[in-house]
Design a protein around this ligand. Structure first.
Ligand SMILES: [Cu+2]
Length: 177
């Protein structure tokens, strides 16, 4: 999988950069002139504050990043029917199958592309964007959305993909229960 290769290359490059920083820091002269006891204790306090900031940062990331991606991780409402949906982008059209649902149903969009990257964006009948994910060639993204109101939802492309990008749209009908 190309994503594993990209991940591996990124880790190696980030690790090399971190080693360079560590090497420079280890060789740096960090001794201070004698500013007196007040400044010395301020420098000690700075060390503790930095450690506290690191702990808060790690805890906050631990708590929030685990839930990414928010929408595909969203669990369907209890009792909701989950409908698998094929959503394929192609210059310049969307093929969404099936494209008729009922309020309360959860669509599980399997989003991909036949050519270039597109941006799969779902709009409610009031043209408010309610969910979006990249449509990529050779890769399928999962996007779940539970329809909350009857009417015509719209799928538009959010990634510039060529001269007719602005016309790349399709409709999804959602019936009242
Ligand atoms: Cu586009």
């Amino acid at each position: 999988m190309i994503q594993d290769v990209v991940w591996g290359v990124s880790i190696v490059l980030m690790g090399s950069l971190a080693l360079v920083f560590a090497w420079v820091a280890a060789g740096a002269d960090i001794s201070l002139p004698d500013y007196g006891p007040a400044i010395a204790s301020a420098y000690r306090l700075r060390g503790w504050l930095f450690a506290a900031a690191v702990i808060v940062l790690i805890a906050a990331n631990w708590r929030t990043l685990a839930e990414l991606p928010y929408v595909s991780a969203a669990t369907p409402a209890p009792g909701a029917t989950v409908v698998p949906v094929d959503a394929v982008g192609e210059q310049w059209d969307w093929m969404v199958t099936p494209n008729a649902f009922k309020v309360g149903q959860t669509a599980e969009f399997h989003v991909s592309s036949k050519d270039v990257n597109h941006g799969f964006a779902l709009y409610d009948p009031g043209m408010r964007i309610v969910a979006q994910v990249q449509a990529m060639p050779g890769y399928t993204n999962i996007l779940r959305y539970t329809f909350t109101q009857p009417g015509t939802y719209h799928v538009l492309c959010l990634e510039y993909c060529g001269v007719n990008h602005h016309n790349m749209k399709t409709d999804i009908d959602v019936a009242a229960q």
